[in-house]
Design a protein around this ligand. Structure first.
Ligand SMILES: [Zn+2]
Length: 323
């Protein structure tokens, strides 16, 4: 029977929940992915609990050995109270998810927005190879958002919304966004937007995911290449904005769309090279080395969630940073 105190990190997505179990030093003891059930808050708690029990089982550990639980949630959350204000994909509104999970496992639970959590995970991972003080993690998936780390700390902003760059307007006459505005960045570069633009050019094409569009572009389809170029132009501009706004040392790209790997990254680096050719300032500030792609087998969300849990052992969870 182990006596070690264990940490659980969870990345709760609209379709899948990933869980990671580590010991107090951060060594991995178990990991799993289960479907997320979202019909009711109780079902959501059941699927999260299932993931936790699975990783405990892998380590032959029991729930009382859990010292802290950290989780990333796709939505607007209040880390200080553990309340999820709004998480559309989880079917939650003003729900005390932190308290509910704490009650189930009789252990403190800490939550944060999923992209901010992944930014923490990406930051920790980078420390192993290239220690930095600051970075912006950009998640490109069903939506688009960033998490910003400044001076080694997560920058949340006044409302905890710092980094919601998916809703920056880049084309005022553009496509209608879920948020009600037109031409948000997300309507061009997020996964569903990439598929939509491809189908606008070739309505009969059999595609489901952004990855299909990247694959078609690599195979030489000119319409797919046009879509990829447009997306890559906007993402290279996004990188430039983030560096100009926050002067971060690294930009880390992750999320489902980045799973296309080199087919995704190479055209973005090409666009950055174009910017460098035009401007000495861009040449100084936008070297390729600033841009990192998250490896496809690494989920920064669960590692960030473990770190979130671990941090609370070192210092009591303080009120959200005001800026
Ligand atoms: Zn929007």
């Amino acid at each position: 029977m182990q006596t070690a105190q264990l940490l659980v990190g969870l990345d709760v997505g609209g379709t899948k929940t990933a869980a990671l179990l580590t010991d107090a030093s951060g060594s991995m003891l178990g990991q799993t992915v289960v479907p997320t059930r979202t019909a009711t808050p109780d079902e959501l708690l059941d699927s999260i609990s299932q993931a936790i029990h699975l990783v405990l089982g892998q380590a032959q550990a029991m729930p009382p050995q859990i010292q802290r639980i950290g989780l990333g949630v796709p939505g607007h959350v209040d880390p200080a109270t553990g309340i999820v204000h709004l998480a559309v994909n989880l079917n939650l509104q003003n729900y005390p998810l932190g308290a509910a999970l704490s009650a189930r496992f009789e252990t403190p639970t800490f939550l944060e927005n999923d992209v901010r959590t992944a930014a923490i995970g990406a930051f920790d991972a980078l420390q192993l190879t290239e220690p930095v003080d600051s970075l912006a993690y950009v998640s490109i998936g069903t939506g688009l958002a960033a998490g910003v780390i400044l001076n080694g700390r997560l920058h949340r902003g006044h409302n905890g919304l710092a980094g919601e760059i998916g809703h920056m307007i880049v084309e005022p006459e553009g496509a209608l966004c879920n948020c009600g505005l037109r031409g948000c960045l997300e309507t061009i570069v997020a996964g569903p937007a990439i598929v939509r633009q491809m189908l606008a050019a070739e309505p009969d094409m059999q595609i489901q995911h952004a990855g299909d569009v990247y694959e078609t572009a690599v195979r030489g389809n000119p319409n797919a290449q046009k879509v990829v170029q447009r997306v890559s132009q906007h993402l290279s501009q996004t990188i430039q904005w983030l560096i100009m706004t926050y002067d971060v040392e690294k930009i880390v790209l992750g999320g489902g769309v980045t799973q296309s790997g080199d087919a995704f990254l190479a055209p973005i680096l090409q666009e950055l090279a174009c910017l460098r050719q035009q401007s000495p300032l861009a040449a100084a500030l936008l070297p390729d080395e600033k841009v990192h792609l998250i490896p496809s087998n690494f989920n920064p969300g669960v590692w960030g969630a473990v770190n979130l849990a671990k941090q609370t052992l070192l210092e009591p969870l303080s009120a959200p940073e005001k800026s």
